[in-house]
Ligand binder design. Structure first.
Ligand code: SF4
Length: 250
């Protein structure tokens, strides 16, 4: 008999399923109206392509597969992880793009202020700066957020045709739903993988591991991709794929 998933995984899966339902039910008309009102226009400042401004680029599996075929060295584990096991190994739901050395953390593909893979750029770069997230604001009120970095880059109040706003709104909804489905698949896989390998999620090891990483220690990171984990070693801002990859079997 398959053992029941640990409560930790059950909660993560349930939370994301609720968010997925909310994203799917969100009326695209409302999002299209916001997009039309905001009227964002890119000024090619390239700030959105830096970690300093935007954190890391979140890759769907299909993005990661395409980018791996273009330049395998562009993929890296994200700087934030989802959980740790009792041995201090981290686990994360997907890849990001490697950052270039330097304080700004320019995207691997940013060169002279332009994207080297513009036609093949990841989904999140296509829909940016629009999003459909529920997050607490400064007063702790939990509500939808639609635009990233509002008034911090680009120009606003440009006319956007209704058909274009509708298309963007549908793409944003599809992207946010795909992110949540990827996270659900990750936690469902981990819920089977952990007990099968005698592992359990341990919050204290997560906190200890993050401290050790910041102090320069090497940590192992398992990245969920294509329905299995791929092993990496991360140390001092560098990351290398582990020579021994974990088998996809549970
Ligand atoms: S892939 Fe291109 S558009 Fe996306 S963050 Fe990198 S440089 Fe910018």
């Amino acid at each position: 008999m398959t053992p029941a998933p640990l409560p930790f995984f059950q909660k993560q899966i349930l939370d994301r399923k609720k968010e997925l339902e909310a994203v799917e039910e969100y009326p695209w008309e409302e999002l299209a109206m916001v997009i039309g009102e905001v009227g964002f226009s890119c000024t090619l400042c390239a700030r959105c392509c830096t970690r300093e401004f935007n954190g890391h680029v979140l890759l769907l599996d299909e993005d990661a597969a395409r980018i791996r075929s273009i330049d395998p060295a562009a993929l890296a584990p994200p700087p934030e992880f989802d959980l740790s096991d009792q041995h201090g190994t981290f686990y994360v739901a997907g890849y990001t793009l490697r950052a270039q050395p330097g304080k700004r953390g320019d995207c691997h593909f940013l060169m002279d202020g332009r994207c080297r893979i513009y036609q093949e750029r990841p989904m999140i770069c296509r829909i940016y700066p629009y999003m459909l997230h529920r997050e607490p604001d400064e007063e702790g009120v939990f509500d939808w957020r639609h635009v990233s970095g509002l008034d911090q880059h680009g120009e606003y109040h440009f006319p956007i045709l209704p058909d274009v706003a509708r298309e963007i709104a549908c793409d944003v909804k599809a992207f946010e739903a795909a992110v949540l489905r990827q996270e659900i698949a990750f936690f469902e896989y981990a819920a089977r993988y952990f007990p099968a390998h005698g592992l359990r999620p341990v919050r204290k090891r997560f906190d200890d591991g993050m401290r050790a990483l910041r102090a320069g220690a090497a940590v192992r990171v398992e990245v969920f991709f294509g329905g299995a984990f791929e092993s990496w070693v991360v140390q001092g801002g560098e990351c290398t794929p582990s020579a021994t990859k974990k088998s996809a079997g549970i």
